[in-house]
Each structure stands twice: as structure tokens, then as C-alpha cells.
Design a protein around this ligand. Sequence first.
Ligand SMILES: NC(=O)c1ccc[n+]([C@@H]2O[C@H](COP(=O)([O-])OP(=O)(O)OC[C@H]3O[C@@H](n4cnc5c(N)ncnc54)[C@H](OP(=O)(O)O)[C@@H]3O)[C@@H](O)[C@H]2O)c1
Length: 226
Amino acid sequence: MTTVGFIGSGHIGGTVARLAVAAGYDVVLSNSRGPETLKELVDELGPKARAATAAEAAAAGDLVIVSVPLRAYREVPVRPLAGKTVLDTNNYYSQRDGAFPELDDDSTTSSELLQRHLPDAKVVKVFNNIYFVHLAALPRPAGSPDRSALAIAGDDAAAKNEATAFLDRIGYDALDAGALVDGWRFQPGTPAYGGLYAGGNENFWESPGAPADAATLQAKLDAAQR
Ligand SMILES: NC(=O)c1ccc[n+]([C@@H]2O[C@H](COP(=O)([O-])OP(=O)(O)OC[C@H]3O[C@@H](n4cnc5c(N)ncnc54)[C@H](OP(=O)(O)O)[C@@H]3O)[C@@H](O)[C@H]2O)c1
């Protein structure tokens, strides 16, 4: 697999794209305003990057990252993603996204909503619980003692294997946190969300990022309560 498509190329999508290019992938970026508005990022990333429409990025990607504000999830192109593994970085913030009653009452999760919207894709929840600055700072080669682990949740074993291989190549271990229905364990407000990769730094926003291994992450996932 050589090409990663991006639906959304902002803070987190853009950061994953930088890591992907550094790891040797080709990337196709997209946003809501059109390819011409991504020129700066494409120029920064060099010849392995190009910008396209969201539908084109979805079609071009062997693996596709969805990283838009959750309120826009129904605009993610459906048909070109059929059969593909889709990595979902999204979180629900009602102040930003508007109210989703089915998320407010915990009857489902944000990644399950995306999976319902993309019935023929294989959605894996990942990257949602790490601040983009820390995501950029913490990649390490396989086997490094200070390599961090990221949680993945999904319903398809092959898609989780693909997500694990991608994470490995960009510098992270993967920790299988279960099915999509288990993704709440690292959604906003849980112990595994955000601060884990800030090393308990009191000033989260100023933390340069701190490694968190699989055992540390697992303990936070186990401590999650609804
Ligand atoms: N920021 C973080 O550190 C972080 C970490 C983990 C997870 N997340 C989650 O990841 C998601 C993205 O966050 P972000 O911080 O990267 O947001 P962001 O910087 O605002 O970027 C959002 C991206 O989505 C694009 N977009 C919006 N609507 C779209 C549509 N209908 N079709 C295609 N692209 C669309 C935007 O394009 P335009 O600019 O053209 O509108 C932009 O490229 C959110 O759910 C967030 O909670 C964020």
C-alpha cells in the first residue's frame, strides 16, 4: 500500500500526512474549500503529496484518514470508500459540532456513526485522543524504549491489522482497544484522552509531549467510566 487519502487536512490530518510522507507514503490531501487552498501544505510536503477534492482523495487512497469536525461526517464521500479501511480521528464536542442526542445519551459512539454512514468501509478509530503537537513529537523507530502506543478500535480484524501496520511505519505501536462500540474508552473526558501524552504536565498546551507505552495506555483504558 502506497497512497494515503485524507478527508480533512487540518491540525490532525495535516500532522498525520507529514508523518506518512516522512515514512515513505504518497498522500492525497483534501479539505472543504478545494485543492487550491492546500497549496502551502502540498509545497511543504513535496513531490509525494498532491491535493484533490474529497471524493478524489477517497478514491485515490489505499487507506483513507477521515479528520473533519464531526458535524461534517455526513459529507464524507461514501461510494469511493467502499471496501476500504478508514481511519477515523474524530471527536464529538457539542459546542463545536451541535447536539447529537445519540452521543449525549451514550447510545452510540462517534466512530459508529461514521461506520453507519460508510456501511461498506471498514472504520478504525485512532488518533482521536492525542493532541496534534504531541502526535508530531512522539514517533519513534520500532523497538525504541520510549515508543508510544496509540489505541485502535474497530470491527474488522484485517482493517485493524492495516491500521497497526500504518502506525508502525509512522512511528507508533498499536494497542487493540476492541470493537468500535468500545471506542468510548478513549473519547473526550476519559483518562486516556489527551493528557496521557502530555506526561501529566499541568500545562497541557505547553507540554512538548511525553511518551506513553501500551501498559500505561491500557491502564487508562481500563479506568474509563461512563
Ligand atoms: N486538533 C487536534 O489535536 C486533534 C487531535 C485528535 C483528534 N482531533 C479530532 O479530529 C478532527 C479534526 O480536527 P482538527 O483539529 O484537525 O480540525 P481542523 O484543524 O479544523 O481541520 C479540519 C479539516 O477538515 C476539513 N473539512 C471540514 N469539513 C469538510 C468536509 N465536509 N469535507 C472535507 N473536508 C472537510 C477542513 O477543511 P477547511 O479548512 O477547508 O474547512 C480541515 O482541513 C476533529 O473531530 C477533532 O476533534 C483533533
